[in-house]
Design a protein around this ligand. Structure first.
Ligand code: UDP
Length: 403
């Protein structure tokens, strides 16, 4: 099947660090679909004049750079005015070019607007994954939410107009139903994790064997809850907390968030136990997970949460916030412990108990690994997506017999 993936501002070619999980999910999903035998093109906005029109990746899919708006990296909220141009360009390519997709899968609501525009003009069916929702961002961020005006209304309209909505966790289904998106349009397809990179065996980051280690991973933004992990540390005697992610290590001393986190660690009396590593490549990241006695994921909300899944795939138990994707991936009392978000006291108690119980950690780690292997492979994800695409496209369907 010919599959177009539209990811207006999360290019699969973008590298680690502040790029975040959406880039990874788009890249790995595209690669997994190619392995299932599909012909895949990913469309992303051109952000520099140095970017060629198309790039063929070693994973077998093509990335097409769409000329829409200035060839500059723009923050998400400044992309709105260029989505019409993006959609018209797609429509032109699919109508007049030599490659028309059988289905188009848009990633993020803004990609959805451009894709629906193109889909309506070319008859290409449209599948949408939101990745994050305006209602949740507004609830969590309040006045700091930088979403463009009208986002929630657009998300509702898209949910009613797209042929299928691929949701990534149970929680998202409830949010969308409350928004007014028909439940019948939604299909839950959990994302995968790269189990070649994230596996129990392999290099391990150096550590002090005498001191328990917790590892927490993600972009340095408030909603990831690193500050709650630091506040939880006084309740966890001796343990060292390694924070991986954010800007590269050399930029940490000038990074505002990293400085605030360090100051908080000072004021909590745990500065000597908090280690900021900065962004590392994914292959190196696996070694950090493996070095941990447990992985902590304490976001305030989390549409997917690749980091805890990656920890589980490395055979490490997780203490996570009971939110979004984490509430699906971590089974409380079986593969890890779930605690309420923004509750350093509950978090500290859960971490302390688990660090003190080696047998339980071993049992959690074993069950976590089983769960990842059986439910969160990219192969499984690609098979489920293939079924969704087949259900909306006409490929392989025989025409109804004439009466
Ligand atoms: N990541 C990375 N290097 C780092 C920190 C994180 O490559 O130093 C990757 C990590 O492997 C994960 C992604 O960034 O795949 C974070 O995804 P997650 O779903 O946890 O959060 P998001 O960025 O989507 O909010």
């Amino acid at each position: 099947m010919r599959i177009a993936m539209i990811s207006e501002h999360a290019s699969p070619l973008a590298v680690l660090g502040e790029a975040g999980g959406r880039h990874t999910r788009v890249a790995e999903q595209a690669a997994a679909l190619v392995r299932e035998g599909h012909d895949v093109r990913v469309y992303t906005r051109r952000e520099s004049t140095a970017q060629p029109d198309t790039v063929s990746t070693p994973d077998g899919y093509q990335v097409c750079h769409v000329p829409a708006g200035p060839a500059l990296r723009l923050p998400g909220r400044e992309l709105m005015p260029h989505l019409g141009e993006f959609g018209r360009w797609l429509a032109g390519q699919w109508r007049d070019g030599d490659w028309t997709p059988d289905v188009a899968h848009a990633h993020h609501w803004m990609s959805g607007l451009a894709t629906l525009h193109a889909g309506r003009r070319t008859g290409v069916p449209v599948v949408l994954t939101y990745h994050s929702l305006g209602t949740v961002e507004r609830r969590q961020q309040g006045t700091r939410d930088t979403s463009p005006p009208g986002r929630i209304g657009y998300e509702r309209a898209l949910g009613r107009a797209a042929d299928r909505i691929v949701v990534q966790c149970q929680d998202e289904i409830g949010e969308l139903v409350r928004l007014g998106v028909p439940r019948s349009r939604m299909v839950l397809v959990p994302c995968g994790v790269d189990q070649q990179v994230f596996r129990p065996d392999g290099p391990v980051a150096p550590r002090d064997p005498a001191r328990p280690r917790i590892v927490t991973v993600g972009r340095m933004v408030e909603r990831k809850g690193f500050q709650d992990v630091v506040r939880a540390l006084p309740a966890v005697p001796d343990a060292e907390c390694v924070v991986v992610g954010g800007p590269p290590a050399r930029l940490l001393p000038t990074d505002g968030f990293a400085r605030r986190l360090r100051a908080l660690a000072e004021s909590c009396g745990v500065a000597d136990r908090v280690k900021l590593v900065g962004a590392v490549p994914r292959t190196e990241l696996a070694g950090w997970y493996r070095s941990a006695d447990l992985v902590v994921a304490a976001p305030w909300y989390e549409p997917v949460g690749l980091a805890p899944l990656e920890g589980m795939a490395c055979g490490v138990p997780v203490v996570g916030s009971n939110v979004g994707g984490i509430a699906d991936t971590v089974v409380h009392g079986l593969t890890g412990d779930l605690v309420p978000p923004r509750d350093p006291r509950a978090l500290g108690t859960a971490i302390r108990r688990l660090l003190a119980d080696k047998v339980r950690r071993f049992a959690y780690a074993t069950a976590a690994l089983d769960r990842v292997r059986s439910r969160y492979s990219w192969k499984r994800c690609a098979e489920q997506l293939s079924a969704v695409y087949a259900s909306v496209s006409t490929v392989g369907r025989t025409a109804p017999a004439l009466a």
